[in-house]
Design a protein. Structure first.
Length: 206
């Protein structure tokens, strides 16, 4: 889906701030949230693609103002309500106030039936699909061409896996793009590597 979470390549957010000594957790509740969503995945309550998609569905202002673990908490709570583990009323009673959840999900889609097996050295183009549900394709590579330089082990197709529908395993390809092709007149000479699922790609026209 196209949403506020897909920030890759967007301007206006300033430099990425980081510290090599950054703490993993800042408050005790963050450890609990991290443990609870990991337990929920282990127990099969939801999978990681459903978890990611619930974060994508956050209201944009909430997403931008939330910390990493607040986003995790919102996703965890949303999915527990959607799966019938608890109700929003129970959450708000325990929180003693409003507990915002993510918006409802749009439908997912199955693997592309006509996808091609690719190999290192193939020139490929990313399809210009616009997907209302979960997708693991960054918007800045849509319609762009690059070269396959590596192949990763198969994984369930996220567009289906994130919606609880049958998802066939397919590989991701390490596709190398020229930064100047991605951001014309706005990038220095460089290569950008992106892991791209097979269903998102087609052979580039010569």
């Amino acid at each position: 889906m196209d949403g506020m979470h897909d920030l890759g390549g967007k301007q206006g957010f300033g430099r990425v701030r980081y510290s090599l000594r950054a703490q993993t957790f800042h408050e005790p509740w963050e450890k609990r949230v991290n443990a609870l969503y990991s337990l929920a995945v282990k127990l099969g309550i939801f999978n990681m693609d459903e978890y990611r998609h619930a974060i994508e569905r956050m209201e944009p202002r909430h997403y931008l103002s939330a910390s990493y673990y607040e986003r995790s908490l919102t996703s965890l709570a949303t999915l527990c309500v959607e799966k019938g583990i608890l109700t929003q009323e129970e959450l708000e009673r325990r929180a003693q106030g409003a507990f915002p959840l993510s918006s409802p999900s749009a439908p997912g889609r199955s693997n592309v039936a006509t996808r091609e097996t690719l190999k290192v050295g193939d020139k490929v183009t990313v399809k210009t699909d616009y997907v209302p549900g979960h997708v693991r394709m960054p918007g800045y590579i849509r319609g762009k061409s690059g070269v396959v330089v590596g192949v990763s082990p198969p994984y369930p197709f996220p567009d289906a896996h994130g919606h609880g529908i049958e998802a066939e395993d397919e590989p991701t390809y390490d596709v190398r793009f020229d930064a100047r092709d991605l951001w014309s007149d706005s990038a220095d000479p460089a290569f950008v590597h992106v892991g791209v699922f097979e269903s998102y790609l087609e052979r580039a026209r010569q």
